[in-house]
Design a protein around this ligand. Structure first.
Ligand code: HEC
Ligand code: HEC
Length: 343
């Protein structure tokens, strides 16, 4: 009866049947299950069409070749997010249209940092524009390619154009005013919107799988007397939290980020405003961009270490700060209702 040599219809029919069965089982059913069982997390839907359009620019420019957007559940990914990613984090990304599938923004390779929380880490639009125009303007050693085609040179600048202050060495002979194109605006709106949303109340996130830790050695590295008051490494903290904008040499960038070298605020004998700025952000002057609040997530001793580094580097010669001083300022800041520090 099952004579595949003689009955070719039976042969093709059987092979076709097996193919259909396996496709349904291995591809269609899992995809359907994932689609049915994952809804966007509350608060994760993009706020507007500009952000959606920005995601398309992200895909079109091939950013995914060098940047992931996935926090894996392993210890080394802790630096990219507060919790491991879950399928619901991606649920708002739907098919672009009938001919184009759901975009994969997860990425597979990290030539550059993971961008899951870039909006949290770097909320400054000005920084993103400068970085996209030419990454070297803000990160000297960057190997990320420049994207000058996302910007245009105009003769007159409109009120809402966000003109970039670009040093001559980063221009190709052009002396016009450099402003972002619509695509650059959409892309930056998308980037600053990227944040992990909290899981709905009561839900616990999957844990990070920790590396097996070596048992702590007693004695050799135990903190000696006075270690409790010693500050962490201010220079390293400055590199992580401040250098992207104020630069390694403390000189900032003209028209975007002010110098901390010889700054009256940094060198003031009364360091109250300096600590307030780190805690609350700063938006005092037209000629500069807005500084986001950075200190909320830093401890008192970390802030004291950063401030001390700034007060004693690049020729600055002001007195060091203590964690206790920062603690006092943090308490006064908490009780105030105003947002950003002001002069
Ligand atoms: C060839 C690889 C490459 C490509 C393509 C690339 N990047 Fe990068 N990107 C990097 C590297 C390397 C860094 C780290 C150095 C730096 O900050 O410039 C980086 C840094 C960044 C940062 C700062 C991350 C942080 O944590 O400070 C952002 C934002 C960013 N890239 C966005 C983009 C966007 C948007 C695109 C697409 C338009 C893109 N990148 C394309 C390699 C790349
Ligand atoms: C995203 C970019 C950015 C980052 C990161 C950043 N700043 Fe700022 N900072 C600014 C901008 C922009 C201003 C100017 C705001 C204004 O005057 O309107 C500023 C102003 C300041 C000032 C006032 C300087 C003066 O002379 O008026 C101090 C002090 C300062 N920042 C310290 C820090 C410290 C410390 C850190 C790290 C903990 C930090 N900043 C990280 C953007 C940034």
């Amino acid at each position: 009866m099952f004579d595949f040599h003689e009955n070719h219809q039976l042969l093709v029919g059987t092979a076709g049947g097996i193919f259909l069965f396996l496709s349904l089982l291995i591809a269609v059913k899992p995809a359907y299950t994932v689609q049915e069982n994952n809804a966007p997390l509350p608060g994760s839907l993009p706020a507007n069409a500009e952000i959606r359009a920005g995601m398309n620019v992200f895909i079109e420019e091939g950013c995914v070749a060098c940047h992931t957007q996935q926090v894996r559940n392993i210890d080394m990914d802790k630096m990219w997010g507060g919790r491991p990613g879950i399928p619901a984090d991606y649920a708002w990304r739907q098919r672009i249209d009938n001919l184009r599938a759901t975009p994969s923004t997860l990425g597979t390779e990290r030539t550059g940092p993971d961008l899951t929380e870039i909006g949290e880490r770097q909320p400054s639009e000005t920084w993103h524009y400068l970085h996209l125009f030419n990454p070297r303007t803000v990160v000297k050693e960057s190997i990320m390619p420049a994207h000058p085609w996302l910007f245009q040179s105009v003769a007159t600048v409109g009120q809402y154009d966000n003109e970039l202050t670009v040093l001559d060495e980063y221009r190709s002979g052009d002396r016009g005013h450099i402003v972002p194109t619509e695509k650059a605006r959409q892309l930056v709106a998308y980037l600053v919107s990227l944040k992990q949303v909290d899981l709905p109340g009561g839900t616990t996130a999957p844990p990070f799988i920790a590396y097996k830790k070596a048992s702590p050695t007693v004695g050799a590295n135990a903190p000696g007397p006075g270690a409790a008051t010693a500050l962490p490494d201010g220079a390293a903290l400055y590199t992580t939290h401040c250098q992207a904008c104020h630069q390694a040499n403390g000189e900032g960038l003209k028209g975007a980020f002010p110098p901390l070298k010889s700054s009256a605020v940094v060198n003031d004998a009364n360091a109250e405003l300096l600590v307030q700025i780190i805690l609350q952000g700063y938006n005092a002057r037209e000629e500069y961009a807005v500084m986001p609040a950075i200190g909320a997530k830093l401890s008192d001793s970390e802030i004291a270490a950063i401030a001390t580094h700034e007060r004693t580097s690049w020729g600055n010669k002001a007195a060091p700060l203590t964690a206790d001083f920062v603690k006092k300022i943090r308490e006064t800041v908490k009780t105030e209702t105003t947002g950003t520090a002001s002069r």
